[in-house]
Design a binder for this molecule. Structure first.
Ligand code: ADP
Ligand code: MG
Length: 344
């Protein structure tokens, strides 16, 4: 057992990887688990305890919080935390959260997100202030970590309005305010996974994945003749991830983009981009990267590399998943009496 800290997370997204990594580093583990998933998570011996809830929102209730505090839990935030709670609810949690909980608001709000990417001098797609500005191909995206559900492509204002109205009828959005319009970036998608440690001021590039998003990634199987006859609006709902390695000549720029992001976050959102994050974008025909968004916490694409990735293998002589790297950081911080520096 490491110190008295228990590593805890919500039962979804990358919980298995996170708690397996915590156990490998010698921590006690605790899962906040919805009752409907109890049977699934009981299968894994590295999960020491479950706190059963009807909904993840119960984490905000005094009863759940005191159970977590009793165990000296540190919560590892992931996409489910962000999609199930709004930013002020997350910020109000008095259980320590690994990394910087204040930056999660910058992830959820697409306008703040854009500001941080601009501050990082990343090459980003143009955003559109109004549907009347649509020329060429644009993507309409929802705020928060909606996971691509209800996102759509449009080529004109009327095309946009027709699709928007369908989503309103389906109850997925309320109106224009729920959508952020961004130029579509052409190329090959890549999701760059990083870890930044404030303990030794070091950035590690951990891996890269691609996402399989339904329906958009299934369209290639349908010949154009049939595609034209289909009325369905394809969405970008992520279903899974597959691995990728980059041309080695791209790595230097991968590191500088990550470093610029860390520096910008330090300026705008104290205490900065501590822990795992991801820059998401596409490489164009000149292998130039356009970042269409970021995640300021662990991404599910790291689930590919439970035994380490082609990049973590260059940094560690042992299998190092992102989940394990997080636990290692907490362990190192505890050893040096600096736990407060890696949580908020
Ligand atoms: N500007 C863009 N150009 C091309 N594809 C995009 C763009 N923005 C988003 N996408 C696609 O939509 C998906 C979801 O968008 P993203 O901004 O990552 O939102 P989320 O927060 O839901 O992950 C991406 O994984 C990618 O496939
Ligand atoms: Mg994304």
């Amino acid at each position: 057992m490491c110190g008295m800290t228990t590593i805890s997370t919500l039962g979804s997204h990358c919980a298995l990887q996170v708690l397996k990594g915590a156990k490998d580093e010698g921590f006690d583990t605790l899962l906040v688990c919805e009752k409907k998933r109890e049977r699934l998570y009981r299968r894994f011996s590295f999960i020491d305890d479950l706190v059963l809830v009807d909904s993840f929102k119960e984490i905000l209730e005094p009863k759940t919080r005191s159970r977590l505090k009793e165990r000296q839990a540190v919560i590892i935030p992931h996409g489910t935390l962000i999609s199930q709670m709004d930013s002020s609810q997350i910020e109000s949690l008095d259980v320590p959260i690994f990394g910087n909980k204040w930056i999660l608001r910058w992830e959820s709000d697409r306008n703040m997100k854009e500001k941080l990417m601009v501050e990082s001098s990343l090459h980003i797609p143009r955003s559109l202030a109004s549907p009347s500005d649509i020329v060429g191909l644009v993507i309409a995206k929802r705020h928060g970590a909606a996971g691509g559900k209800g996102y759509f492509l449009a080529t004109s204002k009327s095309d946009y309005e027709e699709k928007r109205d369908k989503l309103i009828v389906q109850g997925i959005i309320k109106g224009d305010a729920d959508l952020y319009l961004q130029e579509y970036a052409f190329g090959v998608s890549a999701y760059l996974q990083y870890f930044y440690s404030p303990l030794d001021d070091k950035l590690e590039f951990f891996g890269v994945d691609r996402r399989y998003e339904s329906d958009i990634d299934g369209l290639g199987r349908i010949p154009s003749k049939e595609q034209i006859g289909i009325d369905k609006i394809p969405s970008f709902n992520v279903v899974g991830n597959s691995p990728l390695v980059l041309r080695e000549s791209l790595l230097d720029e991968v590191y500088s983009m990550g470093e610029r992001f860390v520096e910008a976050a330090r300026r705008l959102v104290s205490p900065g981009m501590n822990g795992p994050f991801c820059l998401e974008g596409v490489y164009d025909e000149n292998a130039k990267f356009t970042t269409f968004e970021f995640s300021s916490r662990i991404v599910a694409g790291t689930n590919l590399y439970v035994e380490g990735s082609p990049y973590s293998a260059f940094l560690y002589n042992e299998p190092m998943s992102m989940g394990r790297r997080i636990a290692r950081e907490i362990k190192n911080a505890e050893k040096e009496g600096r736990l407060q520096q890696v949580v908020t």
